[in-house]
Design a protein around this ligand. Sequence first.
Ligand SMILES: Cc1cc2nc3c(=O)[nH]c(=O)nc-3n(C[C@H](O)[C@H](O)[C@H](O)COP(=O)(O)O)c2cc1C
Length: 203
Amino acid sequence: MLIQKMLHSAGMLTLSALLGGGLVAFSFEVTDQQIQANQRAALLRGLNEILPAERYDNDLFTDLSYVQNQTLLGTEKPVIVYRARKAGHPVAAILTPSAPDGYNGEIRLLVGINYQGQLEGVRIVSHQETPGLGDWIELRRSKWILNFKDRSLQNPLSNQWLVKRDGGIFDQFTGATITPRAVVKAVKNSLLFFQSYRDQIFK
Ligand SMILES: Cc1cc2nc3c(=O)[nH]c(=O)nc-3n(C[C@H](O)[C@H](O)[C@H](O)COP(=O)(O)O)c2cc1C
């Protein structure tokens, strides 16, 4: 009788442990999927700020590829390039390069370039620049980043792709030239990369 009772209790314990474990694993899986879905939605909002959804009809998340070029993309790691197409024709590429030489290290960017080589827009994905000094690169802090829209390697000419302090056309910030200098260089390098590899990108 006692043995039967003990076996019953042990069985119940095992069952509840299994159920509990299963429940934790299930909710972890659901939470993980939810986080991934949220991150994807946030990224898509960022991509669509640069390139409005009506400009393309493909799925950017499945039509992506990886490119690698430390000199022009600022990192030795492979960099994602999202390819936007409409009715099968290339519309624009959104590159995800880094400016390696920010004041506090790497600044990660989204750089949208249309097939003709004009900038659709630039946004900052992440940085560790100093609040109040270097963070004017963020759209929520200032409109500085919008100044890249419609520019290309012909506008301004190559030797003008610099901050004003260095003889170019882009504003620096008061007391903070290093951050905007790094971003201007990274955007120009993205245009140079696109100019050289456009056809491979859209293959
Ligand atoms: C604590 C501290 C934080 C700074 N953070 C930044 C920064 O985030 N971005 C930046 O460009 N300059 C930053 N600076 C200023 C740079 O050291 C440098 O002086 C400046 O970028 C040069 O620009 P200017 O020639 O316009 O003065 C910081 C300076 C200090 C002391």
